[in-house]
Structures are given as C-alpha cells and as structure tokens.
Design a protein around this ligand. Structure first.
Ligand code: NAP
Length: 285
C-alpha cells in the first residue's frame, strides 16, 4: 500500500483537522494526492495547510475549505466552492463526526448527531456525485463504527425527541452510515464510483472531548489507555481510499482492512431505502 501513487488524484477529507481525518489526509498527501482538507475551524485549517506543506516538500498540492458540516447551507456552500475550483473528484472521505451526551440541535433544528454524522455524509456525497462520476474511477469512504451493533432506526422518532442518550444517537448515526453506504452502492452499480464503510478501531483522538459529565471526565480517560493511535486508526480509511485491492469493491463494511459482516440491521435493504427517502426529503434533495 505504501508504494501506491496517488499523483493526479484529487481527494477530499472531512474532519481533517484532528484525529483519524488528519492522519488520513497527511498519509494520502504523502502518496502524492491533491488533498482538500475540510474543517470547521479556520485557524486549525490554516495551521494544518502550513504543517503539511512543510512536511511534504515534494507535494504542495493541499487545499482547504471551511464548513460546519452540521449545517445544510454550509454543506451546500462547500459543494459550490468545490465545483468552482475542481472539475472532478477521485476520492471523498466522509470522516467528520461526533457524539453529544446532551441532546442538541443543528442550525437547521435537526438533532445534532443525526445532522452531523449522517445527513452530512448523505448530503455532501449527493452534491458531489456529479464530480465523482467525472473521475474515471472514484471512491467514497464512509467512516462508520462498530458502535452500530445493537442499534436500530426508529423512523417514528429519528431525531430522538424521546429518551435521548448520546450513545443511542451515536449508534443509530453509525448504523445510518452503513445503510447509506449499502443503498448508495446499489444506486451506483454500473458506474465508475464505489462506496465502502469502515470501523477504524477504538482510537485515541479528540473524539467526544467537548462533552462534560462523569463519563467523559472519569471513565473515558481509562478507556483511552486501551485505544490505538490515530496512525493505526487511519489505516483502513487510507486502505479504502488508495489500495488497488479494493478497486471495484462496493457496498462493503471493513475493519482492519478486511471486509466483515455488519449487524443484521445494517444489512436490511428495505430500511436502507427508507432511510434514503427520508434523508432526501430532510435535505430537500
Ligand atoms: N475515535 C474512535 O475511537 C472512533 C471509533 C469509531 C468511529 N470513529 C469515527 O471516526 C471519525 C473521526 O473521529 P475522530 O475519532 O478522529 O474524532 P476527532 O479527533 O474528534 O475528529 C473529528 C473531526 O470532525 C470535525 N468536526 C466535528 N464537528 C464538525 C462540524 N460540525 N463541522 C465540521 N467538522 C466537524 C472535527 O473538527 P475540529 O478539529 O474542529 O474539532 C475533527 O476534525 C468520526 O466519524 C467518528 O465517529 C471514531
């Protein structure tokens, strides 16, 4: 994999300013790609562009785009900016995400976990599909999680207005990532675009650090002792974005660079189709 050349490939990584996304962008740039860093914090983005340019002397092709990916209008503006600057996209890594112990709402009044972790992947991908189809061979990589095991979607209360818990909302959103991957793969069958999802492992990042409360203050630091590094956590994202081994593979769920079976709920194509329709309505696609 290390020898794979990505020169001439244009790759967008969301959530590139921290953790798994930052390593993913760094390694893909090291392989020669033009990397577009998407983040919500302009200072972090500027700093990261400078850091990566300094590190990768022979590849200065790094661009950045600012967007709060929980906001539908900012996702649309991001796609517009991309279209102004580029005529095609080779790889989209949907990686930005979070978990919120208290129920919050996005700028559009949508439960924040669902908006950021699912609708962001769904809407951004759909807005960039034309550019992905302009590539001779494009890939979409959706960072999901093993946390989807045990989750199921309640279409009567997708936004968890009743009985909210951060873990429940997160598990559902990551289930939604895999269902979206499966339905999108079905829709893209016969095109030059593939889409796969992955679990990165339990990774020591900034994930969830914005939360207050006993779990994050007391328990999380203990769990973190058992976590893998962001470098290890980014390996499957990088593999799916770059390896010739996954050429043509689509609709799969990976862990440690191997296709594995997700939960039964994540394989239900009726739920996947229903989620697609509901999501399309919510983002006004
Ligand atoms: N860490 C794990 O153990 C683990 C396990 C399974 C799955 N995952 C998944 O891995 C992905 C990456 O998480 P991570 O562990 O690398 O966490 P992280 O270090 O917190 O990174 C999350 C990234 O998403 C960005 N982000 C958060 N909210 C955003 C918003 N509203 N708009 C735009 N960008 C936003 C963050 O920006 P800032 O830098 O500005 O905060 C950051 O760049 C997530 O999808 C997560 O669900 C993580």
């Amino acid at each position: 994999m290390e020898n794979t050349s990505l020169i001439n490939k244009i790759i967008m990584v969301t959530g590139a300013t921290s953790g798994i996304g930052k390593v993913t962008a760094d390694v893909l740039m090291g392989m020669g790609a033009t990397v577009i860093l998407v983040g919500r914090n302009s200072q972090k983005l500027t700093g990261l562009v400078a850091e990566l340019k300094q590190k990768h002397e022979t590849n200065q092709r790094v661009d950045s785009m600012l967007a709060d990916l929980s906001s539908l209008s900012q996702i649309k503006a991001l796609a517009d900016t991309f279209h102004e600057r580029y005529d095609h996209l080779d790889v989209l890594v949907n990686n930005a995400g979070g978990m919120f112990m208290q129920r919050q709402e996005s700028p559009d009044g949508i439960e924040l976990t669902f908006a950021l972790n699912h609708l962001n992947y769904f809407y951004l991908t759909n807005l960039l599909l034309d550019s992905l189809k302009n590539s001779p061979s494009a890939r979409i990589v959706n960072v999901a999680s093993k946390a989807h095991f045990g989750a199921s979607l309640d279409f009567e209360d997708l936004q968890l207005k009743k009985g909210y818990s951060g873990f429940k909302a997160y598990g559902r959103s990551k289930l939604a990532n895999i269902l979206f991957t499966k339905e999108l793969a079905r829709r893209l069958n016969g095109t030059s675009v593939t889409v796969n999802a992955l679990h990165p492992g339990f990774v020591a990042t900034n994930f969830g650090k914005g939360n207050n409360g006993w779990f994050y203050k007391l328990i999380m630091p203990l769990f973190t002792l058992a976590a893998i590094s962001p470098e290890e956590g980014a390996e499957t994202s990088i593999y799916l974005a770059s390896s010739p081994e996954v050429e043509g593979k689509s609709g799969l769920y990976f862990e440690q660079k191997k296709a594995v079976t997700p939960s039964p709920q994540a394989q239900n194509m009726e739920t996947a189709a229903h989620l697609w329709n509901v999501s399309a309505e919510m983002v006004n696609l």
